[in-house]
Design a binder for this molecule. Structure first.
Ligand code: NAG
Length: 222
């Protein structure tokens, strides 16, 4: 969870980073000291978090995006068929003085090393049999759950990590509570800083479909 002191450290980290990058005529620290207290989502065209919500966790997700192919030919378009990922708790990374700088690199680094970078496990991201995107933060205190639907998407930046097979980085997303009653303590999650996960060609892909390795940051609001 985010404490006020953690937020302050993050703000200081951001200030230091920003200030170091500016020319010597930069305004003194206090001019920028009134920024919002909580770490803010990486910038994108996605809508802002729902009014009245606060940041609960930032997770690193590492797993696969799954696709099926109607036929094993290059002309067959891959169809999304869910995903499975382990979620690791990266929230504390934001409290390091350099946290705001480090955190965008976590997914690409994690994907390259195929591990959770030593972060504690937070839970799982999976799809139900009826393809409802679900986030089970079993290790959160209290445990949190988001049964979601995709609300908005934006292409990953051009310089995003394209993954081990260079198929590309999946879109950034906003997912909201789907209102079916399964959600506990969360309202929204953002998938950002994606690495890999886009489908390759269906050529030669059989009945088992395609599992494409990916990693992303998931920012949970509730
Ligand atoms: C996705 O692929 C993984 C293997 O990476 C598998 O364990 C999981 O069941 C698949 N999920 C779906 C919804 O197909």
């Amino acid at each position: 969870m985010l404490s006020p002191s953690l937020s302050l450290l993050t703000t200081l980290g951001l200030l230091l980073t920003t200030t170091l990058a500016l020319p010597t005529a930069a305004p003194p620290f206090h001019v920028r000291a009134k920024q919002s207290a909580a770490p803010s989502l990486p910038a994108s065209t996605l809508p802002s978090p729902p009014a009245g919500t606060t940041l609960k966790y930032v997770a690193l997700g590492l797993g696969t995006q799954n696709y099926t192919c109607a036929s094993p030919s290059a002309s067959s378009p891959p169809m999304p068929a869910g995903a499975l990922a382990t979620l690791y708790d990266a929230t504390a990374r934001l409290s390091l003085p350099s946290g705001a700088v480090q955190i965008p690199k976590l997914p690409a680094t994690s994907l390259k090393s195929s591990n959770g970078l030593g972060l504690p496990q937070l839970g799982q991201h999976y799809f139900t049999s009826s393809l409802v995107p679900s986030f089970d933060l079993a290790a959160a205190s209290p445990p949190l759950f988001l049964s979601a639907h995709k609300a908005a998407s934006a292409p990953a930046p051009a310089d995003a990590d394209a993954g081990p097979t260079a198929s590309g980085a999946v879109d950034w997303l906003e997912l909201l509570d789907n209102g079916r009653g399964a959600t506990r303590g969360l309202a929204a999650v953002y998938r950002v800083e994606t690495a890999g996960g886009k489908a390759g060609s269906c050529e030669g892909v059989g009945a088992g479909g395609m599992q494409v390795a990916y990693a992303a940051e998931y920012w949970f609001y509730g």
